[in-house]
Design a protein around this ligand. Structure first.
Ligand code: ZN
Ligand code: ZN
Length: 398
């Protein structure tokens, strides 16, 4: 058997145009088959690897073998540079309306700890294993973010990227899980990281103390499987919205808005959890970002003060009301959204936004399609585009 190059050369050109690495994929059919390279497969790799590199303009060659399994699939594959050893694929992360993780054939899951027995009784060992395999980013380690982190680590997540540039204040202790009065003045990420380490000493935790609006932080987040947006800054949410499109990283973005009258009497309690996955409108299309405020947030303090005085910029730095009960409620709603998409216990079509009107004791949901000419629309060509120059095709503060 020979494989005619006319079948794939066109796609190598397409990969070069996109700046992507082409992957040579084939199946080993049958539910009892092994997705392992045969002698013939190795021979083919040797024959086509150089052609693949040359025609797609990348130094990498990559191959993938897929075999069916009941209700799922299994696979092996690798990525290899011209001079290096093949790097095997360990796990496939599948993103869409539902999300799923599949370990490679050569990377069987370690036995689950008995501590998770009650979870496993609820949603099965496969989901528990997925939670253990996930790398989760949490942007914002305040009331909502710390409550998200606390639940995730207790659920069994063991790999975190935490981002928050702020220090813990006395008023944060009323909401931030794992914080004590002795922590006042410490970086919030360190306070939350210490709490996660107390619950799971083996967890891997990266604590990032810069804004998500810094390019370096955004690049670190694109390595996460999923990101929780727990920040109230609009410029940061613009970055998360793009990240969800360019890297197909599901983003679960949440917000809490308390409306209080002049005398401090609570009038409205609104919570929002928006899930950004391919095929659903981004935060900009949904009107969930105040772009004018986002612009002001990115200014230097001097620029901002001048424009505020001239009345051109919305005043920032106003202290918003916040109560632990509501930040925790919204955090739990956000984490349960991850569980629903892994387990699939809810009805279809799956809503991509949950609105909690706590004052009315009402919950509503909605779905929204991407705006026709926006980057989140499939026709834009931006879905899964990956690393671009500039990163996320946006301008970054220097
Ligand atoms: Zn084969
Ligand atoms: Zn959009």
């Amino acid at each position: 058997m020979t494989i005619a190059s006319e079948g794939y050369v066109r796609f190598l050109g397409e990969a070069e145009r996109l700046g992507a690495v082409p992957i040579w994929v084939h199946t080993h059919p049958g539910e009892d088959s092994w997705p392992k390279a045969s002698r013939w497969d190795n021979e083919v790799d040797k024959q086509i690897a150089d052609l693949f590199r040359l025609r797609s303009g990348t130094e990498y060659y990559s191959m993938l073998i897929v075999s069916p399994r009941p209700r799922c699939f299994t696979f092996t594959g690798y990525l290899q540079s011209e001079s290096g050893n093949p790097v095997p694929f360990g796990r496939a992360w599948i993103v869409g309306d539902r999300i799923a993780s599949v370990r490679a054939f050569d990377f069987p899951a370690p036995p689950l700890h008995a501590a998770f027995d009650r979870n496993v009784r609820a949603f099965g060992g496969g989901i528990q294993q997925t939670l253990a395999d996930l790398c989760v980013g949490i942007v914002g380690c305040g009331g909502t973010g710390s409550a998200v982190a606390e639940q995730l680590v207790r659920l069994g997540v063991r790999d975190f990227v935490l981002c928050d540039p702020d220090q813990l204040s006395a008023s944060n202790v009323t909401r931030v899980f794992g914080s004590f009065p002795t922590d006042i003045g410490r970086d919030k990420v360190d306070v939350v990281a210490a709490q996660l380490a107390r619950i799971a000493p083996e967890a891997e935790i990266r604590a990032n103390k810069s804004m998500i609006t810094s390019e370096e932080t955004a690049r670190e987040l694109c390595e996460c499987d999923i990101v929780f947006g727990c920040t109230d800054d609009n410029a940061g949410r613009l970055v998360l919205s793009r990240l969800a499109t360019y890297f197909l990283t599901p983003v679960i973005d949440c917000g809490v808005l308390l409306s209080s009258g002049a005398g401090g009497q609570l009038l409205g309690i609104d919570g929002r959890v928006t899930t950004l996955v391919p095929g659903q409108a981004c935060l900009v299309c949904r009107g969930r970002i105040d772009t004018k405020r986002a612009g002001t947030e990115l200014m230097t303090p001097g620029e901002r003060k001048r424009l505020e005085e001239e009345g051109y910029a919305p005043a920032l730095g106003r202290v918003e009301p916040a109560v632990v009960t509501f930040t925790t409620l919204v955090a739990a709603t956000a984490v349960s959204e991850l569980l629903e998409r892994l387990v699939g216990y809810g009805p279809e079509p799956r809503p991509s936004e949950i609105l909690l009107r706590c004052h009315d004791r009402e919950i509503s949901t909605n779905l929204q399609e991407p705006g026709p000419r926006h980057y989140c629309h499939p026709d834009s060509g931006k879905l899964g585009l990956g690393v671009t120059t500039p990163f996320l095709e946006q301008t970054w503060p220097q």
